[in-house]
Design a protein around this ligand. Structure first.
Ligand code: FAD
Length: 596
């Protein structure tokens, strides 16, 4: 069975002991009151709600799925609307949203951890507020004051939800080809016509209104991505009283039958002269939508972590109970007919691998969350710029690495269950199914890798990477001579050095042949992600070493054991990635297209 207990202790460790957020928030105007105690309280309270109220809806929702009724409305699985309202009423939806529109104005860093808990508890349901939060960021950043005042308070409170409507049947990765049209009307609104596919939560019964952010082309649009505009299209037009009124011509014509996230309706949306309003400048809509997409990309990485955490916890519970075979070093439970499978080295390998990835990923999420808060609030513009550059560089890494690890860990933990993992009743197949989509939507992981090497690395001549590497090297140099930490710093330093050398090699080759970038992209992204995790594991080891002598709970000893496992067994993958990158585009492109 799926097991979930919110990993509050580990989150507190990352935030308070490794990242020392209280000190970092003190530098950020508006966050100076966010103390370690407040962080603890938020995580504990939210954790309880997700464990007790949301998690129980997950497996039944997967079995039941969503239903589109004849009138075009969509019913979420039983219990979803109640669970959504419980989270909303407890105030966990607008945690990091602006107080101006009713949010709590807390750091994004904290919101990431709430997102993780929500996904673990019920990924399908978590998508609804996740998308709404992303839509709010785009509206707040780019819409007129009138639109902001009209829509944001109800979206921030969770009374209304949001969607992102990009994809069309012939235009997924390549959005320049979209055909949806927006024609200006005399009253300043636009008539939107077109069909969008795969729209998550395009229609549902959990909120009173749904606010679609739609990419479309104006009549005078230049071709390609430079001709895309962003429009806000509500399900119900909002009256002068601020309440949903007349039904708009934005309807769900069908929902998809799909592999996972069964409790989140994936809708085909038809817009037929639907009324909408422009967000941002004409033809500059893709840039506006990127505000939402960048937010969603980080959220999708965290979805991978959320699923992986639940898979890990479920597998540990099973490995303690399932009795098969005897330990190679002699029976551990001679009183029982066999030992629990937890004694077997291969079961340990699966569990420890999942744990090391998950704990590293959680620290990675916290680190990037903190950089987002610094990029938004630090008083020094240089610090803000540097943090923003780092977030942009790391966004595709978080999205792709964490969602890949989410799927890998879900299948790895399913394996711990043996045959039972393949049977629906244990819930492991749901986790594998749910995890898979995170590698695909919000731009496939291949496309994330292209973004990293093409735009974020090659596009600025490797400058952001150089800056990041310099900070990581400074971390190592400041700790030189620390004997206890040396076993962690050594492998981290070697991997960092290797990444820098192969980056130089790649940039040189790419200057002559751009195909080298595409050929190296996926391996390069994983390499970068592994180096970031190595940094965070070294930082976690340092925090654990400090406290290990007075450790009564075993928490810090476990942390050190997992740090050793990461350095010894997972980080060496970087050597293979290095070799794969250096084999170059030739090995990839040599086969003639006709030979496939
Ligand atoms: C369940 C689900 C929910 C979704 N939710 C939403 C939503 O809410 N809103 C929304 O707008 N969309 C949504 N999507 C759409 C999703 O974002 C796209 O499916 C995804 O971005 C990929 O686009 P595509 O399916 O058209 O694949 P394609 O673009 O056709 O790609 C096919 C393959 O080619 C590769 N490829 C394409 N171009 C390149 C390139 N230039 N370089 C290298 N490789 C390339 C891709 O990586 C992929 O492997 C959802 C999809 C699903 C399945």
């Amino acid at each position: 069975m799926q097991t979930y207990s919110a990993p509050v202790r580990d989150m507190q460790f990352v935030l308070n002991e490794v990242l020392r957020v209280e000190e970092r928030f003190a530098e950020l105007p508006g966050f100076d009151e966010v103390s370690a105690d407040l962080v603890d309280g938020v995580l504990e309270q939210a954790g309880r709600l997700f464990e007790e109220v949301v998690h129980p809806t997950n497996m039944p929702g997967h079995e039941e799925g969503c239903e589109r009724r004849a009138d075009g409305t969509v019913r979420l699985p039983d219990g979803f609307c109640e669970a959504y309202r419980a989270v909303r009423d407890a105030g966990w939806l607008g945690v990091s949203a602006s107080p101006e529109y009713g949010g709590q104005g807390l750091p994004e860093t904290l919101n990431f951890f709430i997102d993780e808990m929500f996904t673990s508890a019920n990924m399908s349901l978590s998508l609804l507020p996740g998308l709404t939060h992303g839509a709010c960021t785009a509206i707040e950043a780019h819409a007129t004051e009138e639109l902001r005042a009209k829509y944001l308070p109800n979206m921030v409170s969770g009374r209304w939800s949001g969607t992102m409507c990009l994809t069309e049947s012939h235009a997924g990765t390549d959005l320049g080809m979209i055909r949806t049209r927006a024609v200006p009307r005399a009253d300043g609104s636009y008539a939107i016509t077109g069909t969008k596919i795969f729209i998550t939560c395009g229609e549902h019964d959990a909120t009173e209104n749904i606010v679609h952010l739609v990419l479309a082309k104006l009549p005078d649009a230049p071709p390609g991505v430079k001709g895309i505009s962003l429009l806000l299209v509500p399900k119900y037009l909002v009256g002068a009283d601020g309440e949903p009124g007349e039904r708009n011509a934005a309807t769900c014509v069908s929902i998809e039958t799909k592999m996972g996230i069964e409790g989140a309706p994936t809708c085909v949306m038809s817009f037929e002269d639907a009324t909408g309003w422009l967000v941002g400048e004409p033809h500059r809509g893709l840039a506006c939508m990127f505000t939402m997409m960048n937010h969603e990309r980080l959220a999708v990485g965290i979805q991978g972590l959320g699923i992986a955490e639940k898979a890990y916890q479920s597998a540990v519970a099973y490995a303690r109970e399932r009795l098969q075979g005897r330990s190679l070093s002699g029976p551990k439970r001679p009183d029982l007919p066999a030992d629990p499978i937890l004694v077997h080295p291969d079961v340990r390998r699966m569990l420890q691998t999942a744990r090391a990835w998950n704990e590293g990923a959680r620290a990675f999420a916290g680190w990037v969350g903190l950089e987002i808060d610094r990029s938004a609030r630090h008083p020094d513009p240089k610090v803000r710029r540097k943090a923003a550059g780092r977030v942009a560089f790391l966004t595709p890494v978080v999205k792709a690495l964490l969602s890949d690890l989410g799927y890998e860990n879900a299948t790895r933990c399913q394996q711990v269950f043996g045959g039972a993992g393949y049977i629906a009743e244990t819930g492991m197949e749901q986790l594998v199914r749910d995890a898979r989509i995170a590698q695909i939507y919000e731009g496939t992981n291949g496309v994330q890798a292209n973004d990293l090497v093409g735009r974020k690395l090659f596009g600025n001549g490797g400058e952001t990477l150089r800056e990041l590497a310099a900070d990581l090297r400074a971390f190592i140099e400041e700790r030189e001579g620390d004997e206890a930490l040396a076993e962690f710093l050594g492998p981290f330093a070697a991997a960092l050095e290797r990444l820098q050398v192969v980056t130089g090699w790649l940039l040189e080759r790419a200057a002559e042949n751009r195909e080298e970038l595409g050929a190296a992209a996926v391996d390069y992204l994983r390499f970068t992600g592994l180096v970031c995790l190595a940094y965070l594991w070294a930082a976690m080891a340092e925090a654990a070493l400090e406290r290990a002598p007075s450790d009564n709970s075993g928490f810090y000893r476990a942390k050190l054991a997992t740090a050793r496992y990461f350095m010894g067994r997972l980080l060496p993958e970087t050597a293979a990635l290095d070799a794969a990158i250096r084999s170059g585009a030739d090995t990839l492109m040599a086969l003639e297209a006709d030979a496939y």
